[in-house]
Design a protein around this ligand. Sequence first.
Ligand code: CO8
Length: 258
Amino acid sequence: MYETLRYETKEQIAYVTIDRPKAMNALSTEVLDELQSVFQTIDSDPEIRVAILTGEGKAFVAGADIAQMVKMTGVEGYETIRRGSQIITAIESMGKPVIAAINGFALGGGCELAMACDIRIASEKAQFGQPEAGLGIIPGFGGTQRLPRLAGKGMAKYMILTGDYIKADEALRIGLVEKVVAPEELIPTCEKIAKKIIKNAPIAVKGAKAAINNGIMLDTATAVALESEAFGVSFGSDDRIEGMTAFLEKRAADFKNK
Ligand code: CO8
């Protein structure tokens, strides 16, 4: 069904693998279209609670497709960046968590795609970088915005202005990833995290993700007011009664997403 991706589902987890290893999984316009389509499917499928996004071979994603970009006019590049940014932002703001399983190179648009995911787990083999300035462009899939929010302004400038690649342990130190694991532990670690999320109430997971995403750049008072609204939605749910009752009855909660 997809040309550039593999997609499967198992036990409420969706697995998306970008599968263009000969081009280091570069984000061609076809890959972007298929990412849009697969994440729309995931968002609207009530059976799926969490997605795991990874890459085939030695790259997670080595950036936008340079062979395609070199042929674009300025206007085509502008349209492609607008569309790609919308697709990546839609992944960030969808109602279910996305875990990036970063198996290898996450460069340029690949690092930007990982940063739009909710949780980033890196293999010891992963490397991260924003090498766009060496190609005569600046990051365009959110790198100048999401990298300073995750790793701080100084580190973002260091990475973007020098184009230096950093290894997984350094990415962990600067807050660009949440965990570093051996390559064979990458998917099992992401699955363990996914299963913990799946045990929690879907409405609470969705509301907390939205409150964090929407509030992070607001002033504290406005952001906390936004949190109160999201809290109110979760408190009005049947699942809140179930979660609290299950605790008091010393049993596992059976959430219905109601
Ligand atoms: N685009 C297209 N092809 C790529 C890309 C890419 N980003 N990365 C690798 N490839 C291709 C290579 O050209 C090569 O093809 P071939 O076998 O036909 O020669 C094949 O993948 C294997 O690559 P290498 O031989 O280079 O493999 P190495 O193991 O030696 O190196 C690297 C791996 C380090 C990942 C290296 O390939 C590399 O540096 N890649 C480019 C990284 C880069 O600069 N990325 C940033 C791209 S710009 C960007 O992402 C901006 C986002 C905004 C998009 C704007 C849209 C308009």
